[in-house]
Design a protein around this ligand. Structure first.
Ligand SMILES: Cc1cc2nc3c(=O)[nH]c(=O)nc-3n(C[C@H](O)[C@H](O)[C@H](O)COP(=O)(O)OP(=O)(O)OC[C@H]3O[C@@H](n4cnc5c(N)ncnc54)[C@H](O)[C@@H]3O)c2cc1C
Length: 482
């Protein structure tokens, strides 16, 4: 069954239903939302729809379904895999106007928020009631709750609190037939069969439109200590993490790995960025340790452990932020890494996972294999070492033409990295999802059982294939595009 482009009658009906704030076909208004964050994919849409409430979302989905027109849900458009970039003839459905915090309470530690709420706004709302929403990432000023749930986002606090799935208490969504699934009540126990809430999380908009979510909050941080550590290898970094966990338990919240090249890019491209350590180090770890209110500040204890680690030559140097401003500056070095990399030029990006303990060996073994196959390629493995998730990005040889090298090598580079990851029992998408950019590789490597189940679920809930076609779910061999 083929999808169709929206006919003028459908567009006129949508325009009447949504009003001037909710409907546009003006190329100028649509322009910022047609290209993905990385600037790699430019899409097209017949109209940009910005509903104000869930009833409008349901009407859009019903009307689009009846006309067999594709819908592409979009939040902040910060997807790293072009998941929210529209396809020709589709309706781009922006949730950004739906940004009400419906309720937030310290009694049950739950915030119920609409899909368009921006992550940093939720952080602020939680802080205002002495609580915290413990998921954070570099795109927090733009990424929305709907997008974060739909990609099962990870970020920098997964070590302690898990990914979005672990923080999701309830969901409200419009399913592909236009019906409203009302699953917001934050039940701790609910065994009524398949968990639709978790099915929609990570579905990348292919099974429906999330309109709101209930999210778990945790107590606000009483105090935190943030350290920037210089060390010689990812293996030393992992041993440091295990040492910190042994001595501090789950107070270790953040543990990020940054190579020399990554720090260099941030220092080069981000105004005001400064290296916290005097000497040059091959690798760095950013460590965050927290303590609840009423408990001693963790800086002293962290300092003792780091001093011991230095004596034992596990680490080469370390500095603990002296105040909150410095702590933020240390985090900015990590959070701005993707942006600095983008400013430097195009790179072949990977978002891989292997079992945590296997990651140092993976980096050590895969790196020379990649440079042997692609001489002088520059490797930039960075990120969430404590989760076994590294952004294993690869750039052109210094001084060469980045765009030409990318065009010539990007497919082969990714195939090699993904083959190595698959051989190591890992995943080619740890947290960014599949979107469009990983679709071919996912189809190549996922195996028939995973792909068969994925397609069966997709077809059961969205038989016409109107929800975000061309993303996440590869076509079966011989299957025509919807
Ligand atoms: C600088 C930077 C740093 C990042 N760091 C991390 C990180 O550390 N960890 C991590 O996991 N990710 C990271 N990301 C990527 C991350 O996936 C996104 O930031 C976020 O999850 C997407 O939110 P969004 O609102 O921008 O969604 P969009 O990009 O708009 O959409 C993402 C996907 O969700 C779908 N979608 C959006 N809203 C809805 C909805 N309401 N209902 C159904 N489907 C919907 C879209 O169709 C698309 O498939 C980073 C991105 C950037 C730019």
């Amino acid at each position: 069954m083929n999808l169709l482009a929206p006919h003028s009658e459908l567009l006129a009906t949508l325009q009447r239903r949504l009003g001037p704030h909710g409907f546009t076909t003006d190329p100028f208004d649509m322009e910022p939302w047609l290209t993905d964050w990385r600037g790699r994919v430019r899409g097209e849409a017949a109209a940009l729809l910005s509903p104000a409430n869930r009833e409008e979302v349901a009407d859009i989905v019903r009307l689009a379904g009846a006309a067999r027109v594709a819908i592409v849900p979009q939040g902040g458009n910060t997807s790293m895999v072009a998941g929210a970039t529209p396809v020709a003839g589709s309706l781009l459905l922006s949730l950004r106007r739906m940004r009400a915090i419906r309720s937030i309470s310290p009694d049950d530690n739950i915030a119920t928020v609409e899909a368009g709420v921006i992550l940093s706004d939720l952080h602020d709302a939680a802080a205002a009631i002495g609580r915290r929403f413990p998921l954070s990432l570099g795109a927090k000023g733009s990424a929305t709750i709907g997008g974060l749930v739909s990609t099962n986002a990870g970020g920098t606090q997964v070590l302690r609190f898990g990914t979005m799935r672990a923080l999701l208490a309830g969901i409200e969504a419009v399913l592909p037939d236009g019906s409203l699934f009302e699953g917001l009540s934050a039940l701790r126990k609910d065994n009524r069969g398949y968990d639709l809430r978790q099915l929609l999380a990570g579905a990348e908009g292919t099974l429906g439109v999330i309109t709101a979510a209930s999210l778990k909050l945790v107590p606000a941080v009483g105090s935190r200590a943030v350290a920037w550590v210089g060390l010689e290898s990812p293996d030393a970094a992992l041993r440091l993490l295990r040492l910190l966990e042994t001595r501090l338990g789950d107070r270790v919240e953040g543990f990020e790995l940054v190579p020399r090249e990554g720090l260099g890019l941030v220092l080069l491209h981000v105004e005001g960025a400064r290296n916290p350590l005097a000497a040059d180090h091959a690798w760095h770890a950013l460590v965050e340790v927290t303590a609840p209110e009423g408990e001693p500040e963790p800086a002293e204890r962290l300092g003792e452990i780091l001093a011991w680690a230095m004596q034992e030559t596990l680490i080469q140097d370390a500095v603990i932020a002296a105040n909150e401003g410095q702590a933020q500056a240390f985090w900015a070095l990590r959070d701005n890494l993707s942006e600095a990399e983008r400013r430097d030029g195009i790179s072949v990006k990977h978002d891989i996972a292997v079992p945590v303990a296997a990651m140092p060996a993976f980096i050590a073994e895969a790196s020379p294999m990649i440079t042997a196959a692609f001489p002088a390629a520059r490797l930039l493995p960075f990120g969430h070492l404590g989760d076994g998730n590294i952004h294993f990005n690869i750039r052109n040889p210094a001084g060469s033409d980045a765009a030409a090298w990318f065009a010539q090598n990007n497919v082969a580079v990714s195939r090699l990295v993904h083959d190595l990851v698959t051989k190591a029992g890992g995943s080619l998408s740890a947290e960014h999802g599949i979107g469009q950019l990983k679709l071919a590789e996912f189809a190549r490597l996922a195996g028939p059982v995973r792909l068969g189940a994925l397609r069966a679920i997709k077809h059961a809930l969205d038989p016409m294939g109107i929800m975000n076609p061309g993303k996440l779910v590869p076509l079966a061999p011989g299957e025509a595009a919807p």
